[in-house]
Ligand binder design. Structure first.
Ligand code: BG6
Ligand code: MG
Length: 236
């Protein structure tokens, strides 16, 4: 009996969906990589696409630290600020040329399905460029809340960004689903006690509750199926 009550209480539990921005909603992950690669080349550091997986979801300065660690370099803070500013300048050059075609397939459709169903939506991103990207692509009105690198102190895998988004929406963490393309982001969602759907490769995002290749593979019906399976697993 208790089990049945518990089950009916937590099934259909999603009241909010929180999306990472880069690599989930818009195709900006490639621009972060290209800009970091340019810096790595300038500093004569070998930096591969595989190394880049460690940078996804991670704040600008933490990303720089990873690259410098790969290159075994220890510049002072002033130089580090300069490198980060240079990378951001190159990144913004790419963003400045971005068009709405770079909104990833399925994003707009899924967001509008959620809106019609009364499910709240938020962004949870490490990026300080979030407002600029949303404005550039005309997407500001699609999210009920934005938690980004401008207001969050502790970078993913810390849960702060997703907990902040949930708080802004007035929804409990257990009623939130996170969509993430980064290893650090998946950890952040799990640390926040949220259901996490990975966007990308199952091999890389092995800790996510479920993995899809993109939001074009997601719908409310699919989300309900995933949450049912995950609820049942929790009850076993
Ligand atoms: C994350 C990206 O969304 O934002 C990272 O996955 C990036 O690659 C981080 O470093 C910070 O972004 P920005 O735009 O503030 O440099
Ligand atoms: Mg991302």
């Amino acid at each position: 009996m208790i089990l049945m009550i518990l089950k009916s209480r937590i099934s259909m539990r999603t009241k909010a969906c929180i999306f990472d921005l880069d690599g989930v909603i818009v195709d900006t992950a490639k621009y972060h990589y290209l800009a970091w690669k340019k810096l790595a080349v300038m500093l004569n550091i070998q930096f591969s696409r595989e190394d880049n997986e460690r940078l996804k979801g991670v704040s600008r300065m933490a990303s720089l630290d990873i690259i410098l660690e790969i290159g075994k370099m220890t510049p002072d803070d002033r130089m580090k600020e300069e490198y980060a500013a240079l990378k951001n300048k190159w990144y913004l050059d790419y963003i400045g040329r971005m068009t709405p075609e770079e909104i990833l397939p399925g994003s707009l459709e899924f967001l509008s399905e959620l809106k019609s169903a009364g499910i709240k939506t938020a962004l949870g991103s490490a990026s300080k460029n979030t407002p600029l990207i949303l404005q550039r692509l005309g997407m500001e009105s699609l999210f009920d809340a934005v938690a980004d690198g401008n207001i969050v102190r502790n970078a993913k895998p810390d849960p702060e960004v997703f907990l902040t988004a949930a708080k802004m929406l007035g929804v409990l963490p257990e009623n939130c689903v996170v969509f993430e393309d980064a290893i650090a982001g998946v950890e952040s969602a799990l640390n926040a006690g949220m259901l996490c759907i990975g966007i990308g490769s199952e091999k890389i995002l092995a800790n996510a509750h479920y993995v899809i290749t993109g939001l074009d593979k997601m719908s409310l019906k699919k989300l309900r199926e995933i949450e049912k399976v995950s609820d049942n697993e929790q009850l076993l």
